[in-house]
Design a protein around this ligand. Structure first.
Ligand code: ATP
Ligand code: MG
Length: 137
């Protein structure tokens, strides 16, 4: 079993897509073991995305991620990191495969509805960024 961090981003929470996205998680044998809604400050978004601090989109990305609340969750399951990334689809919804969350729901490459950890290392950093041990079941 493996854990990964999922975020339902502001564009999806604002459009009332959280339930549909959580359904897809549970329908694909990923178990929600922690869940909460947060309104990130710009600084908290910058800390979360610090690996991208040198990228040209960093300022816009962290501003967008702090515009309105997000839902953060820890998912547990077999091959959870890859499984959740596969359900999400490619970063740019134009490149995302049919049936993926980003293909169906994302607005553009930035407002792409969901986040998923991309490695064991990022999953452990990202999970502890939002949750303490006693909040994960
Ligand atoms: P995430 O980390 O959010 O799961 P990802 O791993 O598919 O997405 P990254 O390369 O890690 O993509 O980029 C992080 C986020 O930054 C993207 O999800 C998107 O919101 C934003 N982003 C990435 N590339 C661009 C870009 N070229 N222009 C604008 N925003 C971008
Ligand atoms: Mg990423």
């Amino acid at each position: 079993m493996e854990r990964t961090l999922a975020i339902i981003k502001p564009d999806a929470v604002e459009r009332g897509l959280a339930g549909k996205i959580l359904d897809r998680i549970e329908d694909n044998r990923l178990k929600i073991v922690a869940l909460k809604m947060l309104h990130l400050s710009k600084g908290e978004a910058e800390g979360f995305y610090k690996v991208h601090s040198e990228r040209p989109f960093f300022s816009s990305l962290t501003k967008y991620m702090s515009t309105s609340p997000v839902i953060v969750a820890v998912l547990n399951g077999e091959d959870a990191i890859k499984k959740w990334r596969d359900l999400m689809g490619a970063t740019n919804p134009k490149d995302a495969a049919a049936g993926t969350i980003r293909k169906e729901f994302a607005i553009d490459i930035e407002k792409n509805s969901v986040h998923g950890s991309d490695s064991h290392e990022s999953a452990s950093f990202e999970i502890q960024y939002f949750f303490s041990n006693i909040e994960i079941f």
